[in-house]
Write a protein that binds this ligand. Structure first.
Ligand code: HEC
Length: 331
């Protein structure tokens, strides 16, 4: 495993100056509380430190005389509030530019250049596949309301029939299968990557509007939230370690421009997808999750796995009301 230097995350309290420590810790305690619970250990690589028997979680599951669980709306407000104290000068709607907005020496809004051309090429490929008739004469464009316009602003969503969270990519594949076509492979940039980029482009400028209704959807949301705060891999780091506690800071990585990558806040992270890498390779949101899990030393979950869909659901709720940007170049 490549050594990562420059950061100490002992007990995840290495907060930077000017932070409202008490507010931060409240959220962190809730976010990281899930790290001792449930089936995490079975799903992640063995930790380097011997595991002590889990104590009673600080935030027990609903049903076990639990303290009141915050609603998804309250969650979002609290998280946004906390993070906003870190970067008072940066408009919340610009947080969705991701790492680039927080990296030293990287232009915040990438204009022109080879990567922008790549984004346009990917969109053009996606549009063709979107309109191409299936064997039965239907097409992806006929499956979605309004030919797909604004659709991406409501994904991911809870599907009561399937009793699970479905992503935009799941929606695309459901349409194909309904019409007798094979599903796209989730990690194939030139089919699913391009089509999802195009479908998202039809919602650019819209506000994300993901619903987490009471009932089983809340359980899926809570699971995604818990996973976001769960310590993973050899380093025992959670998504929240980097994207809440260290958000606005940097992560040292030899192959990054300037040797550092900015750490974006959890709020805003789902709005600019997919990313198009130099050379035109498409990186989906779930491939980004995998890239990040590798950083913790954990074995990444599969694209499209229920856990990733639930993490995406949690992140999407956290970004509700912010502007969808669609595909942007990766840095
Ligand atoms: C060790 C620190 C670290 C951890 C832990 C981590 N990430 Fe990241 N994450 C990064 C860095 C650095 C980037 C910048 C983009 C890149 O190079 O991958 C990033 C980028 C992202 C992005 C894209 C937005 C952007 O900044 O461009 C998402 C979404 C994301 N991470 C989600 C997650 C999730 C979900 C987890 C938990 C499974 C996680 N991350 C865990 C370091 C981390």
């Amino acid at each position: 495993m490549r050594g990562i230097t420059g950061w100490r995350v002992p007990g995840d309290v290495a907060l930077r100056g000017g932070v409202a420590l008490r507010a931060a810790l409240t959220i962190v305690v809730t976010l990281l509380a899930g790290s001792v619970a449930s089936h995490a250990a079975a799903q992640t690589k063995p930790q380097t430190k011997p595991q002590t028997k889990p104590q009673a979680p600080a935030n027990p599951r609903p049903g076990s005389a639990a303290p009141a669980v915050p609603t998804p709306e309250q969650d979002r407000a609290a998280l946004t509030n906390l993070l906003q104290k870190r970067f008072p000068a940066l408009a919340i709607d610009d947080w969705s530019l991701g790492s680039a907005a927080f990296s030293p020496g990287v232009a915040v809004i990438p204009l022109g250049g080879a990567n922008a051309t790549n984004v346009n090429d990917i969109l053009a490929i996606g549009k063709k596949a979107w309109e191409r008739p299936f064997a039965n004469g239907k097409s992806l464009a006929t499956c979605f309301p309004n030919g797909g316009r604004r659709v991406a602003s409501n994904y991911p969503q809870w599907d009561p029939q399937q009793n699970r969270v479905v992503t935009l990519e799941d929606g695309i594949n459901a349409c194909r299968v309904l019409h007798g076509e094979l599903p796209f492979r989730l990690d194939d940039g030139l089919t699913m990557g391009a089509v999802s980029a195009y479908l998202r482009s039809l919602a650019v400028g819209q506000k994300l509007n993901v619903r987490v209704p009471p009932g089983p959807a809340r359980t899926a949301y809570a699971s995604g939230r818990e996973w976001f705060g769960k310590r993973l891999g050899e380093k025992g780091m959670a998504c929240a370690s980097c994207h809440v506690l260290q958000a606005g800071g940097f992560w040292d990585e030899p192959d990054a421009p300037g040797g550092k990558r900015g750490l974006s806040p959890a709020v805003g992270q789902v709005l600019a997808w997919p990313r198009v890498e130099a050379g035109g390779r498409v990186r989906s949101l779930h491939q980004q999750f995998q890239r990040c899990m590798t950083r913790t030393g954990a074995e990444p979950f599969a694209s499209g796995s229920p856990i990733f869909a639930e993490i995406e659901y949690f992140l999407a709720n956290s970004s509700n009301g912010l502007t969808i940007r669609g595909a942007i170049p990766a840095h």
